[in-house]
Write a protein of this length. Structure first.
Lengths: 330, 330
DNA sequence: CTGAAAGCGCTTACAG
DNA sequence: CTGAAAGCGCTTACAG
């Protein structure tokens, strides 16, 4: 019981299979009469042409794969939403692949290669040269977000995490804060860059080295991390968090568990500018990664209209109440 | 410059194309020696077999499509995460399709039919019989979430929205609340059912008809809706919201703009049990749709291990601070 | 175990 | 404008 083919339609309409093919190929030449007859036959059989033979013929599937490592962070949603909408608008289909860890990336891309996807965009970064080499062998264009390694086929588009970290340190300093704190995520490229930028910025401004605790990437991690960081005698008066989820958790812990006020006692800055950052309960100052710009970078690379293999996108600082007022001179 | 084919590998290894095919078919018979030779040749050429011919041959693509209407709601994330993870674990690939509106569903499925997807799961509901008829013609299994219409090929798995609405009314009543309010979403199946259940429950319990305002589905809608609903003289003392995003917006507006306490002045219940519902700033009582159960329903339908075309999943009430204490006798 | 051949359902020159 | 035929890259009986 397989779906009807163009041959089935041709038989019913009393024409050649080629005629049927042309009828469903925009711009191909078919006389109005035969076209009508063919469409009627197709309708009767419930015929829908397969895209598969064309993909085999052309080698282009019009499928782009997006690899994500977990969808709990609303930031991934925003990115996925923007990317899939744009790719679809350009006539592509989007395959989404959930990966447990970035070390699985070579297996995943190998699997994707069997479907002849045109490109893969990965929210997971490539962390070893071995994986990069394997990926390169597949000869399918890979664009990673917030990653580092590049190759003949691997490019990367990143938020300027380091620059944002520096800016956070400067902002706190301009607000008169002297005891900076940092809540880190698990080891990863963006985490490392944000932290390095923050520490470098603090040092350049003559600040003592920020206090630091490892949290993670989720709300609960932020709560626990804040408790750990504020458990000692020398509490920070300014806190930069690896992302907004962690910042929200930290703020709630600061307020509910430690009785501290934000921003009076502790200034807080996050990263990603997720929807919740603007919610009344938080009003979190944050860095917006500028997803449209990230997307433009990815599209430029895939379209080949740009020669760089690494594009850095400056994030936009979104000022809200948690970092205190007035805004710094800009 | 197309990727190497099995024929290329065969030529290099000095064997037939069939032998190459068998080498990459688990369980097929090839002698260890030729297999080794073929794998070496494949390695040298960077050969990856295409899945396309097999799809053509078998008619099964192992691709299931998930149609979503916008990813702003963390609930969609949780669902997408659970569904895609499970489908992948079962050896399928997931295509994600963003749709602007449910009226586009027939075009979308038509497009998907060209890729011979095995099934489509839609977060968008089918709202007209015409669309249902078109979909049915494609003969590809469609499972909609929280929808209504079914057909030979269309099934639906829903949270028991009506039952949850009734339960919300009962809970408020048991908490001694007498002026119920409802914040509605835009017209849609789950919205209608939740509201109808809430009103029916209120009536059955001898409550006056709840006050009502149309909000929408997002945080800002909740804020505006709460302001509208509480703008009059007769303010509700209990508020059921079409979803958690709306409930969070309403709570913030109640607290920040109207100076009301939650739950002392107003009890609030939401729907979806998104991550933010459990955050310290909200502690929102909500209905958890039980995504694993929803998923089991979808899988049972697609596997054909169940004959129903409409499965109703009871949601789980998650009690938190916003609906007041103590919990109702259960 | 191995190879030649047909076939999956289209597209694309090529004739007519 | 229309049809016969080759070809995309595999899988799958069928012989050997």
């Amino acid at each position: 019981m397989r779906p009807p083919s163009s041959t089935d339609v041709a038989r019913l309409a009393g024409v050649s299979q080629s005629a049927v093919s042309r009828t469903f190929t925009p711009g191909a030449s078919v006389s109005p009469e035969t076209k009508t007859r063919i469409l009627a036959a197709a309708e009767e059989l419930g015929y829908t042409p397969t895209a598969l033979p064309r993909i085999m013929q052309t080698g282009r599937s019009s499928i782009v794969a997006i690899v994500v490592g977990g969808l709990y962070n609303p930031y991934f949603m925003m990115a996925l939403d923007a990317f899939s909408t744009s790719f679809q608008a350009a006539g592509n289909h989007v395959m989404i692949v959930r990966a447990e860890s970035d070390s699985a990336l070579d297996d995943i891309v190998g699997d994707l290669a069997r479907y002849r996807v045109d490109a893969v965009v990965s929210a997971l970064s490539i962390r070893s040269q071995a994986v990069a080499d394997t990926l390169t062998n597949f000869k399918i264009p890979v664009v990673t977000l917030n990653s580092g390694i590049t190759s003949e086929t691997i490019s990367t588009v990143s938020s300027d995490n380091h620059g944002a970290g520096e800016l956070a340190a400067r902002l706190f300093t301009e607000r008169g804060r002297r005891r900076l704190g940092y809540l880190a995520g698990h080891d990863s490229r963006p985490q490392t860059d944000r932290e390095a930028g923050f520490f470098a910025g603090a040092e350049a401004l003559g600040q003592p080295a920020p206090l630091r605790a490892v949290a993670g990437f989720d709300y609960a991690d932020g709560r626990a991390g804040a408790l750990a960081l504020f458990g000692g005698p020398d509490r920070p008066d300014a806190l930069f968090c690896v992302n907004d989820l962690v910042a929200c958790g930290a703020i709630d812990a600061l307020r509910d568990e430690l009785g501290l006020r934000v921003p009076e006692d502790v200034c807080v800055i996050g990263y990603d500018d997720i929807a919740m950052a603007s919610w009344g309960a938080y009003r979190l100052t944050s860095f917006n990664q500028d997803i449209p710009a990230l997307l433009r970078g990815v599209e430029a690379i895939l379209a080949g209209t740009v020669s760089e293999r690494a594009i850095l996108v400056p994030p936009r600082l979104i000022e809200r109440a948690t970092a205190g007022w007035p805004p710094p001179p800009s």
